[in-house]
Design a protein around this ligand. Sequence first.
Ligand code: ZN
Length: 261
Amino acid sequence: MVPVILFLFIIICAAWFFTRTKFSPALEDLPKLNHDFLRKEVLFYAKLTDSEQEHFRKDVLEFLSAVKITGVDTAITDGDRLLVAAGAIIPIFYFPAWTYHNLEEVLIYSDQFNASFESAGNNERIIMGMVGSGYLEGKMLLSKPALELGFKNQSDKNNTVIHEFVHLIDKMDGDIDGVPELLLQRQYVLPWVTMIHEEIKKIVAGKSDINPYGYTKQSEFFAVVAEYFFERPELLQTKHPQLYEMLNKMFHPSANKPSGT
Ligand SMILES: [Zn+2]
């Protein structure tokens, strides 16, 4: 009997350890701690003014109170939760009152995973993140190392979390097709699609510094160039002024900062 009770106790402890999803109330009560973490780990946040940072922290807490973050086969920290939320808020920071109504839960895996969601072994584990569909509708899947690396390396043009949230934004008009109709005024759709195809030709010819993964689909081009825009805005502006201008229209529609949310 004792071994059975012990076994059940271990199972319950393990379940609690791996599935606890609630954002620590203690951390919510400590804005300074959030501020210190975000300033150190998230370059986008560090560059904001004091009042913008206050906005950002508020958006982060709202996101975390609306979306569950679950470690599937790994323990996750409040720092991991803050990084997921930062990746969610960065692309929509200049859109007051934005909510990801198409997202309920973010699942964090211990490593890259494959199409069968295996995060161990050697079976084609190349996926760092994905937006769920079908029975995974409303979920986003992320690899924990990709989540952390995206923010740690501040000199590259890659950030998996931002990439996946940009897909989610793209999806809000019904299709993940690289044309985010909620962000792009109708008159800019054709110039944007033309711009995508011109740059894809350069990627294929080896004449572009944009992540080659961007040539696989219009939607992937949008996601990788958005990563570039948020990670290295000055470099994108210098090397690709037209792309920068278009992305600036989408993600920062007003030169004036919002006074809402
Ligand atoms: Zn993608």
